[in-house]
Design a protein around this ligand. Structure first.
Ligand SMILES: [Mn+2]
Length: 274
């Protein structure tokens, strides 16, 4: 159990009532198939966040002063849907910290009920379009297949897909909404494919593993820090981003870079959203 706040900020900006963003740590790991440790992700992100410069040099402000940030105690997956529903009723923007990727569908279900015209932007090395994996439909490797049962999705940064997923994507037309890593020329196209309300799901293995090595299923290639920021900035300026999750960090004792990079990503995205 931990009792940490996202960022090291004054008490008056941490309360629930004034909060624009509510950070929801979900230390969940049930179907990891390769490297393990995603359940320690939320704790590592929160710890690292306390060392982030609170002033954002790009936006020229202290984001948390305009958009205060409350952090919940860790939430169990079975309570996640109801917690998110409550946050939406209170007009908060949920920021879910994973944990493995399968929790995206749980966060998305109440969002879909609350907002019409919702779509998902997924940043991820993997397509995650399998119908089932290792006998489970709720595997992290199936999360986007489950998401597509809820709402449309645009996928960015992929460089790993199975033959079955390839066929599925071709057959359903999803293939046009996969923007492979290494050929990211289509930023306006990505924006066009998204609906007016957007939920963002970031599997941190979307980054080049040289940037974020601490992931369960690393893939060579991938996006740079500035490529990811450019995509997020563009989408946030064109769309109404109603929530996001950042998942699949598997922290390692000897690697502070990954934890810090992911924590900073969360704060950057809060800045773009607000
Ligand atoms: Mn992935």
């Amino acid at each position: 159990m931990f009792f940490q706040q996202f960022l090291d900020i004054e008490t008056e900006y941490r309360g629930y009532k004034k909060a624009r963003f509510v950070v929801v740590p979900v230390p969940h790991e049930a179907t990891t198939s390769y490297g393990t440790g995603a359940k320690r992700g939320p704790d590592a992100i929160l710890r690292a966040s306390r060392h982030i410069e609170n002033f954002d040099e790009e936006l020229g402000c202290e984001i948390y002063r305009q958009a205060p940030i409350h952090t919940l105690q860790p939430v169990a997956v079975k309570r996640l849907e109801s917690r998110i529903a409550a946050l939406l009723r209170d007009e908060k923007i949920p920021v879910i910290l994973g944990g493995e990727h399968s929790l995206t569908t749980l966060g998305l279900k109440p969002i879909k009920k609350f907002y019409n015209n919702i779509s998902v932007l997924q940043l991820d090395a993997h397509a995650d379009l399998r119908d089932s994996y290792q006998g489970r439909k709720d595997s992290h490797a199936c999360v986007m297949r489950r998401v597509l049962e809820i709402c449309p999705a645009v996928q960015v940064g992929q460089r790993s897909i199975s033959g079955e997923e390839w066929k599925f994507a071709k057959k359903t037309g999803q293939f046009r909404k996969i923007h492979w890593a290494g050929k990211l020329r289509a930023l306006p196209e990505i924006v066009r494919q998204l609906s007016s309300n957007v939920y963002i799901s970031i599997d941190v293995d979307v980054f080049d593993p040289g940037i974020v090595p601490a992931v369960g299923t690393p893939e060579p290639g991938g996006l740079s820090w500035y490529e990811v920021l450019e995509i997020l900035k563009k989408v946030c300026s064109a769309k109404n981003v109603v929530g996001f999750d950042v998942v699949e960090l598997s922290p390692r004792r000897d690697d502070l870079v990954s934890d810090f990079t992911v924590a900073k990503l969360v704060y950057k995205l809060m800045g773009y959203v607000s």
